[in-house]
Design a protein around this ligand. Structure first.
Ligand code: ADP
Ligand code: MG
Length: 267
C-alpha cells in the first residue's frame, strides 16, 4: 500500500547545493577556496582529484562538520530556481531535517553497540530531537528495524544482534546508515574503498536506485572505475578548487586531469 501511494506522486525535483566564495584554511594554509560551485545538476556527480585537493574538507564544509572561514553554502530543495536555505547559517543539528547526509571517509565507531542498535540509534537521532522516542513509536521502530534487516540481507550480513567485525563491514554499515536516513542529497566520501568487488557492485546498484528516485548524489572515490561507471558528470578538484567539470568521457581525456592526477597510460 505504502509503495503504491508513493508511486502515484510525481517525482520531486532534485535538490541542488551552491557553494559560494567558500574559503577554509588550516594553520594559515588555504585548503579550499571556491568561488562558485553548483552540485546536483545531474543525479550522480563524481568529485575527483589528487590526495589533499580538499575533497573531504569541501564535503565537511557543506555538512558544517568543519566551519567555513568565509562564504556560504545554500541548499535549494527543489532545484536552483526555487527557494534556498542557507545551510552554513544553520546550527549543525538542524542539517538532518533538510535531508543532506554524508558518509564518512573515516568510519564511525560501531564497537559500542550491536549492528542493529547502532543503526536504530542513527535513525532515531536523525528523526527525533529526543532519540529515545523511537522506542515509543512502535510503527517507526518496526519500520526502521524492517528496513535495517532488508539492507543487511541485501549485503548478506550475518546476525545484526552481533557487533560489526572488519573495517569493510563497518564501511558498509555506514552506507546503510546513510540510506536509512532517506537522504535527499547524499555526499559519499570514498564509500567503496577497501570493499571487495561484489560488494562495490551492490553499493553502486543502491546508489543508482537512490538517484533514480530524485536524490542528488555526490561521490568521491579513488577507484575511478566506480566514478566512470556511476557519474553523469565529474568535477575535478585540485589545490582547493574545482578546476574543471564535464562528462566522464571529457574528464578522462582532459590533459590537465591526466597530468595532475591520472598519469599517462591510465586512459
Ligand atoms: N583538520 C585538519 N587540520 C589540518 N589540516 C587539515 C585538516 N583536514 C585537512 N587538512 C589538510 O587539508 C588539505 C586537504 O585535505 P582533504 O580535504 O582531506 O583532501 P582530500 O580529501 O582531497 O584528499 C590537506 O593538505 C590536509 O592535510
Ligand atoms: Mg579525502
Amino acid at each position: 500500500m505504502v509503495a503504491e501511494a508513493k508511486e502515484q506522486q510525481p517525482p520531486a525535483a532534485r535538490p541542488q547545493i551552491k557553494v559560494e566564495k567558500a574559503v577554509k584554511s588550516f594553520s594559515g594554509r588555504v585548503v579550499v577556496d571556491i568561488d562558485e560551485l553548483v552540485l546536483g545538476d545531474q543525479p550522480i556527480e563524481g568529485l575527483i582529484g589528487p590526495n589533499g585537493a580538499g575533497k573531504t574538507t569541501l564535503m565537511r564544509m557543506i555538512m558544517h562538520s568543519t566551519p567555513l572561514d568565509q562564504g556560504t553554502v545554500t541548499l535549494y530543495p527543489s532545484g536552483i530556481n526555487g527557494e534556498g536555505i542557507v545551510l552554513s547559517a544553520l546550527p549543525t543539528h538542524r542539517m538532518a531535517r533538510h535531508g543532506v547526509v554524508k558518509s564518512n571517509q573515516v568510519i564511525m565507531d560501531f564497537d559500542k553497540l550491536t549492528i542493529l542498535d547502532s543503526l536504530l540509534l542513527a535513525v532515531a537521532q536523525h528523526k527525533y530531537e529526543q532519540p529515545q522516542r523511537i522506542f515509543d513509536e512502535k510503527r517507526v521502530y518496526d519500520e526502521s528495524a524492517a528496513r535495517i534487516h532488508e539492507y543487511l540481507e541485501f549485503f548478506a550480513f550475518g546476525d545484526p544482534t552481533q557487533f560489526a567485525g572488519s573495517a569493510g563491514e563497518k564501511k558498509l554499515l555506514d552506507i546503510v546508515r546513510c540510506l536509512l536516513l532517506e537522504p535527499r542529497f547524499l555526499l559519499l566520501d570514498e564509500p567503496t574503498a577497501g570493499l571487495p568487488e561484489e560488494l562495490t557492485e551492490k553499493v553502486m546498484q543502491l546508489i543508482r536506485d537512490l538517484a533514480a528516485t530524485g536524490t542528488a548524489v555526490v561521490i568521491v572515490e579513488h577507484d575511478l572505475s566506480v566514478i566512470w561507471n556511476l557519474s553523469n558528470e565529474v568535477h575535478f578538484m585540485a589545490e582547493g578548487n574545482v578546476v574543471m567539470r564535464g562528462s566522464p568521457q571529457e574528464i578522462r581525456k582532459n590533459k590537465t586531469v591526466i597530468e595532475k592526477y591520472l598519469g599517462e597510460g591510465h586512459v
